[in-house]
Design a protein around this ligand. Structure first.
Ligand code: FES
Length: 67
């Protein structure tokens, strides 16, 4: 799994599929990239909704590879 902290934006995670549980509801998802909020401003946490742009969030980029 690879996690990319995009400069001034979200954490993107490429997944092979699985389940997401949010508000007590489970959702099966196929392979995709999900974007998680790290600015704290999203109204759709844990997912990024683009709010980081309007609050001028600043953070460095980074990559984490997990085997
Ligand atoms: S990182 Fe995008 S809304 Fe927080």
């Amino acid at each position: 799994m690879k996690i990319i902290a995009t400069e001034n934006a979200s954490l993107s995670i490429k997944i092979n599929g699985g389940k997401i549980t949010k508000d007590g509801k489970e959702e099966n998802i196929g392979p995709k990239t999900i974007y998680l909020c790290r600015c704290g401003g999203s109204k759709n946490k844990p997912f990024c909704d683009g709010t980081h742009r309007s609050i001028s969030f600043h953070a460095e980029s980074a990559e984490i590879e997990i085997e």
